[in-house]
Ligand binder design. Structure first.
Ligand SMILES: Cc1cc2nc3c(=O)[nH]c(=O)nc-3n(C[C@H](O)[C@H](O)[C@H](O)COP(=O)(O)OP(=O)(O)OC[C@H]3O[C@@H](n4cnc5c(N)ncnc54)[C@H](O)[C@@H]3O)c2cc1C
Length: 395
């Protein structure tokens, strides 16, 4: 994408029809729809919205770290589309950590594993909309993201583009699961499977392959290139300012410089972690508990996505070129009274460096310091467990 970002001074002179705070899946999809309907749109995001030769892609950020300094890690995370601020979970004894979510053009979808699943009709039981009402939207998004694979056998009938053939180790696992009485299916994926596709998950797909159908590719780039939307990158919205009961402006910062943006309408799509934070910080005479918080529930009940990872050994030889992320089973999701999770191929092995970061980051400082002496030994142990195996996540 060659179009340049707008200058903060210029952006603050314009009264925008809509400002999208966050250019992830939520902000990009709404911004795409609004800009294609002729609205004057500004996307602003704390990360880099555009992708260029500086973008770090094709492997986990942790594999690009060149030192243990926080500055180096922060720069690398930002250039690879990852959230780059340390946060403290005050509900546990954990020390500060950087959540594994996205930041920048495409948001978390830039890192996403491309699985394109639908919710089950039962999931909508206590929602104000039903599965049937959602079907046209599912169909639209599946067509836009070119989802490929098979539908879950427990869902009502719908069709997708065919997925690529199962690789020999996956065929073996598929047959094994069937013989155990499960109903495995070909996991639907928003992937183009170009030559040598490595099913990038956890990081941005290399620009020369560009085969991950994420929000950057499907919504954000077309909104900017085809429909004239503008973007402001490295721009963090600190607080929304209100007059009476309307949001009129936003206090923002780019490279340490503070300024205000104005718009008639605001879409706050900063993700599940940052959206409530922004609402809570935006207090005024009319909104003593923060914006949209008359229930006082904003910022509570935030859950971390639980993933239980299993590695499997197959009789079939595992070749580097084989596709990995191809199978799912949901037989266990509604098991009697218990609601368990979905088993889904996780994709290529997680980089040992990422596993080490995950293990170390919640540890108190002195334990981290102590364990860092044994970094290489621990890395080799992790490598032994994750290299050359099939990975299944239980999510
Ligand atoms: C590693 C990974 C794998 C995943 N795999 C899958 C999958 O296979 N299938 C699936 O369906 N889902 C998957 N998900 C989940 C999915 O990607 C997310 O649910 C979805 O992208 C969330 O979209 P969002 O717009 O709500 O937030 P995000 O995409 O997180 O976007 C929020 C954006 O807001 C910006 N922002 C935050 N605060 C501010 C601020 N104050 N000012 C300005 N900008 C701000 C952030 O920088 C970010 O770019 C995965 C997620 C991750 C992290």
């Amino acid at each position: 994408m060659k179009i340049a970002p707008i200058d903060p001074d210029k952006a603050s002179d314009i009264n925008w029809d809509f400002i999208m705070i966050g250019a992830g899946m939520g902000g990009s999809s709404i911004g795409h729809a609004l800009s294609s309907a002729g609205k004057k749109i500004l996307f602003c995001d704390s990360g880099f919205i555009n992708r260029n030769e500086e973008t770090l892609s094709g492997k986990y950020s942790e594999e690009f770290f060149s030192s243990k300094s926080k500055i180096n890690k922060r720069n690398v995370l930002k250039k690879s589309g990852r959230y780059f601020n340390y946060i403290v979970d005050k509900t546990s004894s954990a020390s500060s950590f950087v959540p594994f979510i996205g930041s920048g053009g495409g948001g978390s979808s830039a890192l996403f594993g491309m699985a394109m699943e639908r919710f089950f009709p039962q999931d909508f039981d206590s929602w104000p909309v039903s599965y049937e009402e959602m079907v046209p939207y599912y169909e639209k998004v599946e067509a836009q993201f070119r989802g490929k694979g098979e539908k879950d056998p427990f869902l009502p009938v719908y069709s997708l583009l065919p997925g690529p053939q199962l690789s020999p180790p996956n065929k073996e696992i598929f047959e094994f699961l069937k013989n155990q009485g499960f109903r495995p299916y070909h996991l639907p994926m928003a992937c183009e499977y170009v030559r040598n596709c490595s099913e990038c998950s956890g990081y941005i797909c290399p620009l020369d392959k560009n085969c991950k159908n994420d929000a950057f590719k499907i919504y954000l780039s077309p909104a900017i290139e085809n429909f004239g939307a503008s973007y402001l990158q490295s721009c963090t919205v600190l607080e929304l300012m209100t007059e009476n009961d309307l949001v009129t402006s936003a206090n923002c910062v780019v490279d340490g410089k503070s300024f205000y943006l104005k718009a008639s309408n605001w879409i706050i799509a900063a993700g599940a972690l940052e959206t409530p934070k922004l609402l809570l910080k935006s207090k005024s005479k009319h909104f003593l508990n923060g914006l949209a918080n008359s229930s006082q529930l904003v910022g509570t009940n935030l859950m971390r996505h639980l993933v239980d990872l299993y590695t499997l050994k197959t009789k079939a030889e595992i070749k580097k070129s084989y596709l990995v992320k191809q199978i799912a089973i949901s037989d266990l999701i509604f098991k009697g009274n218990k609601q368990l999770g979905i088993l889904q191929s996780f994709g290529k092995a997680v980089a040992p460096e990422s596993v080490l970061e995950e293990i170390l980051s919640p540890c108190p400082f002195f334990i981290r310091k102590l364990l860092s002496v044994f970094d290489l030994i621990i890395l080799n142990i992790i490598k032994y467990f994750v290299t050359g195996q099939r990975n299944f996540g239980f999510t």
